[in-house]
Design a protein around this ligand. Structure first.
Ligand code: GTP
Ligand code: MG
Length: 252
């Protein structure tokens, strides 16, 4: 049987002490029909991020010579997954806040043909250690997206997301600073089917958050505005053939 390829990619900027732990938590043989590869987008790290990622078993590393931003890194991650022939891509933060062992449940809706884009949802799942101001910020930005898209969203800022091949090929991230909101607005407006899956989240133990309030507001809000004003052509990914969906779910 031809194996399907899952590429797990991690955007990373100075995550020494964290990235190796995340890579070690990634299930490598979650199902006999899957081949799993790990890709790191190193965004100009100046510490031992790359060395640690290699030692932990990352097969592919793409390095930016200088720091370009998280949006640029995720854009590069999606393009690299397509180049590597991934059937499904899974993005996970390199800061060890998200549960890599829950990757199979986050990609299951794509694997089974029900969704093109999945979000590991902290607010539908379990959250450990998130400060109140962060919670409020997350609620506000999630509500903004829900209003703009006129649909329920639980967690619009998740750092753990799955993509079908078609979603990876067609996703557009219009700014370099971040991807979280504009990517969802872009994919859902194109007609891709999104699903949220409850996950377990634990706030980082090492390193620093890149979020600075003023910079976040002045970059993200104009980008959301710009994305909503752009026309997107509605494209819908073809649902996988029934036989393929059955094979992927492991049924006989
Ligand atoms: N490519 C890139 N990645 C970055 C940059 N800054 C942070 N990251 C990565 O983006 C991911 C999320 O970064 P965090 O700083 O934890 O931000 P966050 O998870 O949105 O916010 P917190 O709620 O504070 O954790 C991690 O994998 C970081 O290594 C950057 O400038 N460029
Ligand atoms: Mg984080």
């Amino acid at each position: 049987m031809d194996k399907k390829k899952l590429v797990v990619f991690l955007p990373a900027h100075n995550e020494e002490g964290n990235i190796g732990k995340v890579i070690a938590r990634i299930p490598r043989t979650p199902h006999p029909g899957w081949q799993v590869e790990v890709l790191v987008i190193d965004d100009g790290s100046t510490d031992g991020t790359v060395k640690e990622a290699r030692a932990a078993g990352a097969e592919h590393i793409v390095s930016h010579a200088r720091n370009r931003g998280l949006g640029a890194a995720v854009r590069e991650g999606l393009a690299s997954c397509v180049r590597l022939g991934a059937d499904i891509g899974l993005m996970i933060d390199a800061d060890n806040e998200y549960p890599a062992e829950e990757i199979p449940i986050v990609i299951a809706p794509i694997w089974e043909g029900r969704a093109d884009y999945t979000m590991g949802s902290r607010f539908k799942g379990v959250i450990r250690g998130m400060k109140l101001h962060r919670r409020l910020g997350n609620y506000c930005f999630t509500m903004l997206q829900a209003l703009l898209l006129r649909r329920m969203i639980w967690d619009g800022q998740s750092g753990m997301r799955g993509f079908s091949r078609a979603a990876m090929e067609r996703a557009e991230i219009i700014h370099d600073y971040n991807y979280a909101q504009v990517l969802t607005l872009n994919l859902v407006r194109q007609g891709f089917r999104m699903e949220e899956v409850p996950i377990t989240y634990q706030v980082r133990e090492h390193g620093e958050s890149f979020i600075k309030f003023n910079k976040y507001m002045t970059n993200v809000l104009p980008a959301v505005w710009k994305e909503m004003r752009r026309p997107v052509s509605r494209k819908r990914a073809a649902a996988p053939k029934k036989a393929q969906a059955v094979a992927m779910s492991g049924e006989k």
